[in-house]
Design a binder for this molecule. Structure first.
Ligand code: DCP
Length: 230
């Protein structure tokens, strides 16, 4: 007997235009982006690109993520330059699949993280200007397409708890205040549209919810956006 889930896994996306869809998944640290992406890993017509955190932890033997949290004034510029490079690599990676689902983007690197680091004077204005030039050049000269943004919207207090439970070594000293600041810049970029440029329609998912309720929201995304037919 063929199960419903195996049918779903082989389901073809049938978006009306037949155009390939590029979807980016955004949200605060600990908002559940990885869990959201996991759901699509077995689908034959979806290319899932998880965040290249392993590369950030090992750039020619250097843990840039760890260095950034240990001495942010010294290492944030190097770290964000490398994040932007890895994001351009993911945005431009060819795929035969109908849907490319990517964790984060060059946009959140620029409009959330670099923006906050500029505000906190962790990245000096001249260094931020260099990152901005790279950002603009990449958008103008490479093929970075975004058709939808999935925003996993959370409360900073909830993601703070999740982050502590997860216990990622590099993130041990992140204070609640940093997550509140990152929440604010995500909101300004994706909801209020007062920071930078929002490149595509935003699908908001309440990601404070427990796992069972979130799964229902995820299913709506599959049906409404990916047009998946079981
Ligand atoms: N990070 C950063 N600058 C970026 C992107 C990420 O400083 N441009 C940092 C923040 C986190 C780590 O990298 O310490 C990973 O953060 P993400 O929010 O991108 O990924 P998570 O694994 O926390 O996501 P989730 O828990 O939602 O799956």
């Amino acid at each position: 007997q063929i199960s419903k889930s195996s049918l779903r896994k082989s389901a073809k996306m049938s978006n009306a235009s037949g155009k390939k869809l590029n979807v980016i998944v955004e949200g605060n640290i600990g908002s559940g982006k990885t869990t959201f992406l996991e759901r699509f890993k077995d689908y034959s017509d979806v290319c899932v690109l998880a965040e290249p955190i392993d590369m950030w932890r090992n750039c020619n033997g250097n843990n840039l993520l760890g260095l950034m949290y240990q001495d942010s004034k010294h290492w944030s510029f190097s770290f964000q330059s490398y994040v932007m490079l890895t994001m351009v690599q993911q945005h431009t990676l060819p795929t035969p699949c109908s849907v490319k689902l990517m964790e984060r983007s060059i946009y959140s690197a620029r409009y959330c993280f670099v923006e906050q680091m500029k505000k906190d004077k962790i990245i000096a204005e001249p260094s931020a200007a260099v990152l901005d030039e790279w950002f603009k050049w990449s958008l103008e000269n490479t093929k970075i397409d975004v058709d939808f943004i999935v925003y996993l919207r959370t409360s900073p207090e909830i993601v703070y708890e999740r982050m502590q439970t997860r216990g990622r070594e590099e993130e041990k000293k992140i204070p609640l205040g940093y997550l509140q600041d990152l929440h604010k810049v995500h909101e300004e970029w994706l909801m209020d549209k007062t920071i930078g440029h929002c490149p595509a329609p935003v699908i908001v998912i309440d990601a404070d919810q427990d796992k069972t309720s979130i799964c229902k929201e995820y299913e709506k995304f599959e049906v409404d956006v990916l047009k998946m037919t079981p």
